[in-house]
Design a binder for this molecule. Structure first.
Ligand code: PBG
Length: 332
């Protein structure tokens, strides 16, 4: 592309910005409800919900309440909902067996959503952290987060979620080889149509703090996740991880966190041309909400501008805690 921009006054770039109509006509990127994936937190109990203190507006919901939330999302036209379980210390063990229990919170929620809102795509999280005694995404042996034994467990977790009816599996653990192992196991079990949205470029980020409160992991987690999640200084490695996960059978790839990593989104989209998503994570949501609640930022405007930024960076969709609010805004 050769931008031809004759000198002033032949070119006055402000001409096209003069009215809302001209701005609408020349706008390159827009946000639509089709771009939204809504992450939700499910907890034990019945007909109940509790707020997450560090994420204003976000609730943990019991399975029945998750089902009605999914109905609301479906009615708004949101294409996908992503389930994360809140687990207390009693659900956490060293063998993480609850992770592949057909009746764990996630699998109960998948079935309840499928019953109540059959048109919305149900996405899951695959990682051992909700059920691990030490809060890590993989098994810990002598202080090391071991890879291959963890992958075997992740495969069991994936199959249980597929059996429960999940449409999109989201391996968020960053172990090596897990996409290929999960894909082959799904094929072997007849789950040919279950899709994988790989958390391919997931950075070891401080922006996950409020999420770890929301799922009860903050108290459990010992140490950090730097031996499996990516170093924030790296770019090339993100492209290698995306290439690897695509080769192993991922249908879609994700960059996470979102706003501090929009350069990675753009490079992934330009390099591979595959369905590319970003996760606007809990810390991004929390910092905007904190400023909004102080009256320092206009809530609707920053929400929409932050989400549009992902589209401009090449994303096909965004996991965002703003999904319901953004969908309502778009409907008006
Ligand atoms: C855990 C997982 C995390 C998030 C999604 N899945 C946290 C972590 O890796 O510690 C973060 C989401 C958010 O911050 O909103 N496998």
């Amino acid at each position: 592309m050769i931008p031809i921009t004759p000198a002033f006054p032949v070119t006055r770039l402000r001409r096209m910005r003069r009215t809302p109509a001209l701005r609408a006509l020349s706008r390159q990127n827009t946000l639509s409800v089709d771009d939204l994936i809504w992450p939700v937190f499910v907890m034990d109990g019945h007909d109940n919900e509790t707020p997450v203190a560090s994420m204003p507006g976000v609730m943990r919901r019991t399975v029945d309440r998750i089902a009605s939330a999914a109905v609301e999302a479906q009615n708004l036209g949101i294409p996908a909902i992503c389930i994360f379980p809140y687990t207390g210390m009693e659900a956490r063990t060293t063998d993480c067996a609850m992770a592949w229990d057909p009746n764990n919170l996630t699998n109960q929620a998948i079935r309840a959503i499928k019953d109540a809102a059959p048109d919305i795509a149900v996405m899951t999280d695959i990682a051992l952290d909700p059920y691990n005694i030490n809060g890590h995404d993989g098994f810990v042996e002598n202080g090391e987060i071991v890879n291959d034994r963890t992958v075997e467990a992740l495969v069991k977790m994936a199959l249980a979620q597929a059996d429960a009816g999940a449409d999109i599996l989201g391996p968020s653990d960053m172990m090596d080889g897990r996409i290929g192992a999960i894909r082959m196991a799904l094929e072997g079990a007849g789950h040919h149509n279950v899709t994988i949205l790989s958390y391919a470029a997931k950075y070891a980020s401080a922006f996950y703090g409020p999420f770890r409160d929301a799922v009860g992991a903050s108290a459990a987690l010992t140490g950090d996740k730097k031996t499996y999640q990516m170093d924030p200084g790296n770019t090339d490695e993100a492209l290698r991880l995306v290439a690897r996960d695509l080769a192993e059978g991922a249908d879609m790839v994700m960059v996470k966190p979102g706003m501090p990593y929009l350069d990675i989104c753009r490079q992934v989209k330009d390099t591979f041309g595959v369905p590319t998503y970003a996760y606007q994570v809990s810390g991004e949501y929390a910092m905007m909400q904190a400023a909004i609640q102080n009256g320092w930022l206009d809530g609707e405007k920053v929400m929409m501008e932050s989400l549009l930024g992902f589209k401009r960076a090449g994303c096909d969709g965004i996991l965002t805690y703003f999904a319901i609010e953004a969908a309502k805004f778009l409907q008006r």
